[in-house]
Design a protein around this ligand. Sequence first.
Ligand SMILES: Cc1ncc(COP(=O)(O)O)c(C=O)c1O
Length: 364
Amino acid sequence: MTIKNDKHKFLNPNLNTLEPYVPGKQINDSEYLKLNTNENPFGPSPCVKETIVKFLENSEALLRLYPESESDSLREVIAKKFATKSDQIFVGNGSDEVLSLCFLAFFAGRGCLSFPELTYSFYPSIAKLFKIPFSTFQLKKDFSLDLTSITPDSKSVIFPNPNAITGIALSIDVIDRFVKENPDKLIIIDEAYADFSKDSCVYLINNYPNILIVQTFSKSRGMAGLRVGFCFGSKPLIDGLKAVKNSFNSYPVDTLATLAAISATKDDLWFENNIATIVKTRSYFTQELEKIGFRVLPSSANFVLITHPRLKADTLRDHLFKNKILVRHFPETRVSNWLRITIGKREDCDVLLSVLKQKISGAN
Ligand SMILES: Cc1ncc(COP(=O)(O)O)c(C=O)c1O
């Protein structure tokens, strides 16, 4: 979908061919089982809810004032948790905003950007918005990223680890080597799903000035509705981001979201249990899908990408939708016969498995 339309005579003409990112369907109907946008099935830590209740008691005083412009108190807590310095951290309104500001601060005006041919489809949308030239690099036959296929003249590189859509992760050693061997490229690792793989590149920011790691409270901390994202990098990179942010929106993270994110960061026990449950459910769901003939890519995230040798993915998606289950289907040729399914609670997976089993037995 482009926004080109004669009715848009007041639109910036540069935007005529813009292809906006298409987010997954948000249906506010609890009858639907939502397994399409990789949200956390358990929601946030109970400490977050307590913080919100306390906030309401004092809301007049708190809402009257602007929030902290640089999210100082949240950055302090994140720094302690990740053993970094607070001036190595930047906080924004969801990691999508952090990513957008990174594109503007580090990719625009600096030559060609490179990202995987199959990845988070927000990247090409932001690149087009900011007129950043880009090329894509290949995935291997097994769907893992092939960093050797990145064109040498690209000035910057971004990819999620684990990769979005596939869930496949690269090892930290491979990323470490790549960053070391390419000191003139700025490399951004989008770790939206890294907590489900237990492998993070954050410590590499102390070794290299050319790496930036983006994370979010939306997935592993169950706070997609409050919109908090953050990133780690050397102080000069973080200062660059602050300068761009302050030229665009000086107070991107509201006071309630800031306090909630502080509580979420401090509740280690809830976090560890949540991750362990989702990882266990992911193994169970994978095994059960394989038993009924699906191929499941090895996922290190809170979703799986699956395909069936006899059933078409779009037919399956429509069938699941009729049964009030939302999953995600992507148009890209290489995955057009695959579905991406978020790991829900175990009972959610069982509901979905029973619908799939019925469909498969009907198709036999
Ligand atoms: C790879 C990746 N990065 C970033 C995001 C954005 O997350 P948020 O803006 O909720 O922090 C998503 C959302 O699904 C994602 O899949």
